[in-house]
Design a protein. Structure first.
Length: 95
């Protein structure tokens, strides 16, 4: 699955009295009358996905986030939430 690369930015008011989201190539991605908070969350999607991938890879790499040559451990619930979000973003979520 491919994604439109970031950065995505918010477009100030003017679209149905709300905000929009614009891709890096200038294409308007979302024209809805979004609240500023929703527009910021959508615009952050590429960065959030990259961060989730980096954390996921670090957790599974010796000396990752924990350093000292050990594996980083996350609580089972934290890891499951992280993996579920990553799988959903990549279109690989389980029904």
């Amino acid at each position: 699955m491919t994604y439109t690369p970031g950065p995505w930015t918010i477009v100030p008011r003017g679209f149905l009295d709300g905000y929009g989201v614009q891709f890096s190539d200038g294409t308007l991605a979302v024209r809805l009358g979004l609240t500023e908070a929703d527009a910021r969350l959508i615009a952050a999607a590429p960065d959030l996905l990259a961060a989730l991938r980096a954390v996921s890879a670090s957790v599974l790499t010796p000396g990752g986030l924990g350093g000292e040559g050990g594996y980083t451990t996350l609580s089972g619930d934290t890891y499951r939430v992280m993996r579920a979000a990553l799988l959903k973003a990549e279109g690989r979520e389980k029904p």
